[in-house]
Design a protein around this ligand. Structure first.
Ligand SMILES: Cc1ncc(C[n+]2csc(CCOP(=O)(O)OP(=O)(O)O)c2C)c(N)n1
Ligand SMILES: [Mg+2]
Length: 314
């Protein structure tokens, strides 16, 4: 029997009260949270191979984006992509099977945590790799399926990759329906953003004449209201960089947290999970236990499956 970790519910002092969520948004947030906590536990027990990067603390980003994206849109994810996948497909069984190399894996178990392809969803662990690909897909969409867009998630540290600027340049020149979502958690592995980024994300977008929208809130409804008209403009060929100021709650990958205690404390204080539990305790507790139990059931069921098989000819 797999037990999930109990997340710390410390004092949440990071901001104004959060709006009460729709049930399905809360369920998705909690699914992602407990999925990620369970993964760390499975790794800790040596039940998984390879590596993983959880999106603990950042779950609200893909949840807020979810209704703004449709099935015709492409989503390009990165190394920290489980929440992106779950927000798109809700398929915890397929994702965990992929990570555990079990039957029913989304990509036959050869992609693992970071390299997933399903329909119009693609993730890569190579920083910056997806930007030019997403720009190319956005060009194709503009020509063949007007109104659809390509959404690409990157971190703050990925602004050190030249491919980002080549893609922004073409996106601006060619009026591409490209939505660049930056999850700025203030750190890249062990390097604080302030130690590696001159200027700002906003300034860099402006250098290419690309619109920039800053999101400092973790309030799903508020984020959506602000983004909806901007995403509609992306669909008309006006590329956009949306920068979320967010917090990495956990380590970079598994046991590799090099941050000073005050940085970890700041992330905990800003954690939407603790804040929501404080602001809406009845709603939170009605859904938190079931989400935890659901993921525990997924983990037990998937762990009992036979190994996945993959053939290049299949
Ligand atoms: C081209 C490339 N260089 C280095 C790495 C190793 N690496 C993986 S994640 C990471 C940090 C990424 O930081 P950021 O873009 O801020 O995303 P975050 O991990 O904070 O979500 C690094 C250096 C990589 N995956 N790809
Ligand atoms: Mg980062």
């Amino acid at each position: 029997m797999t037990e999930t970790l109990t997340p710390a519910l410390g004092p949440a002092t990071g901001g104004p009260p959060l709006s009460r969520l729709a049930d399905d948004d809360l369920e998705l947030l909690l699914l992602i949270r407990h999925f990620e906590l369970t993964l760390l536990q499975l790794y800790g027990r040596g039940e998984l191979n390879g590596t993983t990067h959880t999106c603990l603390g950042q779950e609200y980003v893909p949840v807020a984006l979810r209704p703004l994206l449709g099935p015709a849109d492409f989503v390009f994810s990165n190394h920290r992509g489980h929440g992106h996948y779950l927000a798109r497909f809700g398929d915890a069984h397929g994702l965990l099977a992929e990570i555990m190399g079990r039957e029913g894996a989304v990509c036959g178990g050869v992609g693992g945590s970071q390299h997933i392809h399903r329909d119009r969803y693609l993730s890569t662990g190579v920083q910056g790799e997806s930007l030019p690909v997403a720009a190319g897909v956005a060009l194709h969409l503009r020509r063949t399926e007007p109104g659809a867009l390509a959404c690409v998630h990157i971190g703050d540290g990925t602004w050190g990759e030249g491919a980002v600027y080549e893609a922004l340049n073409m996106a601006a020149l060619w009026d591409l329906p490209l939505l660049v979502v930056v999850e700025n958690n203030g750190i890249a592995q062990s390097t604080p953003t302030a130690a590696q980024m001159a200027g700002t994300v906003a300034g860099r977008a402006a250098a290419f004449g690309v619109d920039h929208h800053l999101v400092v809130s973790a309030d799903v409804d508020e984020i959506r209201t602000g983004l909806a008209p901007l995403v509609a403009r992306v669909r008309e060929g006006r590329p956009l960089v949306v920068e979320f100021v967010t917090h990495r709650l956990g380590p970079h990958s598994k046991g590799d947290d090099t941050r000073p205690p005050e940085a970890v404390r700041a992330a905990q204080e800003n954690d939407w999970y603790a804040r929501y539990a404080q602001d809406h305790p009845e709603h939170f507790h009605r859904f938190d236990g079931p989400a935890r139990a659901l993921v525990r059931g997924v983990a037990d069921e998937v762990a009992a499956r036979p190994p996945s098989r993959w053939s290049p000819c299949a």
